[in-house]
Design a protein around this ligand. Sequence first.
Ligand SMILES: NC(=O)c1ccc[n+]([C@@H]2O[C@H](COP(=O)([O-])OP(=O)(O)OC[C@H]3O[C@@H](n4cnc5c(N)ncnc54)[C@H](O)[C@@H]3O)[C@@H](O)[C@H]2O)c1
Ligand SMILES: O=C(O)C[C@H](O)C(=O)O
Length: 314
Amino acid sequence: MKITVVGAGAVGATTADNLVRRNVAEEIVLLDIKEGFAEGKAQDMMQTAALLGFESHIKGVTNDYQATAGSAVAVITSGIPRKPGMTREELIGTNAGIVKSVVENLIKHSPDIIILIVSNPMDTMTYLALKTSGLPKNRIIGMGGALDSARFKYQISDKLNASANDLNAIVIGGHGDTTMIPLIKHATWNSVKVSSFLTEEEEGEIVKKTMVGGATLTALIGTSAWYAPGAAAAAMVESIVKNQNKLFTASVFLEGEFGQEDINIGVPVIINNKGWDRIVPMELSDKEQELFAASADAVRKMNDVLYDEGILKK
Ligand SMILES: NC(=O)c1ccc[n+]([C@@H]2O[C@H](COP(=O)([O-])OP(=O)(O)OC[C@H]3O[C@@H](n4cnc5c(N)ncnc54)[C@H](O)[C@@H]3O)[C@@H](O)[C@H]2O)c1
Ligand SMILES: O=C(O)C[C@H](O)C(=O)O
């Protein structure tokens, strides 16, 4: 099986590294537009095979889509990241053109492909990929909620001095500083509600820190994060390739579910070899439903930019 990762920058290379180390597929193609960049990163990774003991093969190419032919899955990470003080939404002008052309090139060579979108603003880029490709909705998935949920677990584990692996906690809604919704009242520590160990104020702090998780790292590093994003993308690819039926929150196309339609936004889904197989319904409180509707409004406003700029036609 072949997997393609487009963009050999921080997130793309980390995704590929996680995939290759875990032998998720026999062949990984890493593609970048910058001459020699993906080739160099792939060679560097291949030189860890003798140290780490993996058998997968990774090949780097410069904008050669022929090399991606027959890919079962592609991860799109190409595009610019934000700088400190920016929002993800500000990246739309540059990244929309990149994502659109990458999607077109991928499906030309791999018509049966499942595409995982990472480039920001991710929900809008996922919507763009779906509308541009004409692929069935289940084969276009946005990665954001998996990362945000891992950050949410990190914040809870930090506060409770608990293992993140013992926690069950998800973030739904848009992948934005103000649009994501960490569902603190649903979070459990091995089935015990985390609320029973936290004050309302502590819960609020955890939620806030989770929502600005990406911005916090961007301020510290000077560009956006890549270790957890790469690990999240690789975990989702693994669930597709190995048909694991794992539950992730992911940005998928809604047609009435959670009260929304004609939008890609984060909800709990099962990921397997069909892509996202089905949405997992959840009972939300009135407040959570209000937050979800407001989040969808904000994501829809970004999607409207695609129409206003003529990138998508009604
Ligand atoms: N969804 C998420 O949770 C999440 C998490 C982290 C980063 N991101 C986003 O992922 C994107 C990549 O971040 P990064 O830190 O890896 O950036 P980066 O600058 O390190 O890497 C981006 C790479 O894309 C390449 N590229 C640009 N145009 C291309 C094209 N047309 N075809 C192929 N490659 C092309 C660049 O040459 C570069 O190597 C950003 O938009 C960032 O905001 C999203
Ligand atoms: O914060 C960013 O801009 C990158 C990414 O969306 C993240 O959450 O790490």
